[in-house]
Design a protein around this ligand. Sequence first.
Ligand code: SF4
Length: 369
Amino acid sequence: MTDARAHAALSASTAPRWIRCPGSVRMAAQVAKERRPVHEFTERGTRRHAAAEWCLEHQQHASTWRDRFGASLSEEGIEAVQSYLDTIGADQETMPHAELLIECKADLSFIAPGMYSYADAILVTDTTAIVYDYKDGRVPVAPDSHQLTFYALHCWHAYDVERVEVVIVQPHAGGVKRKTFHGDALEAAAVMFERAAKATQALDAEIRPGLPQCRYCPAAFGCSALHSAVLVPPTLHQVQDSPEHMAATLDRVELAEATFKQIRSQAFWDAKQGRAPTGWKLIQGRPGNRRWTPEAAAALEAEAVRKGADPSALLEPAKLKSPAQVEKLLGKGAAEGLTTRPEGAPKLVREEEPGTPYTPAAEIAKEFG
Ligand code: SF4
């Protein structure tokens, strides 16, 4: 994640793009750095990665980074980074002789020249390698994603181990996710990467729009294939025609929503740099709710006494903390059997996403049974 580091055209983090849209490698190479879309949370993610890297290297708590460098890291950021450090720390305890590699080059140039990346951290012994990836975003990433498979393949090739495990620490989308890769899966992945890398070299490499590949593509603003996919709406009767048409339309709706969000995010960034779009301006947001200062309790108690009121009336009655907070204090399982949970509303998601199938029959039984 270090900025000075050269970015490979065929990197792990961009693999979800270049595998699905081989032509994007050529397209992206033609876009000057200052013309690339800016993403709302990139700066925050870069900062948290820097904190994670430094704290891991110096074996420090995440808050130390903020205290030491005076850098901006919210309480939520400290907690997120610390969860990454704790995950690695817990594994280190079970593998005391493992070597810890931080920001380690994951090199697949044996598959194609210029195919490399940097893994956040790797623990390696004679038999096992564990790759860690900190993700700050809210779009869930699966541990068998192309990016993580890239790192796993590097470990398999570089360390000659029996077992490769990948660990994603994504505090805002699913927490810690793990997956163990076996040799046959990695051999198949090597073949897939080789084919995909070759496809990017073709003069007429295909340009194929879709959500995962376009979301972070540097060429998004100048890509006519993406613009046609997003801006030419299907007719309504096509949408209602069949479930297949509806599915294809939903794909385009998701792509359009992501693209428009990106445009808003770019406009916001431009405005912050003093280049507000014509007819738009940046204003200060509505202030948050009032909060008491540390001196408030004593001052208000004295005021209540002065006015002959009962000072205890100023206080909220004591209230149990949330089950998660209680389990943090009393240990996992302390809330078992003592909680209830309202059912979630039905949600339309893609077939491959996890979750209990929604059955309208159960809903009806509940209403009338
Ligand atoms: S914007 Fe999408 S379709 Fe266009 S080059 Fe990038 S990934 Fe491919």
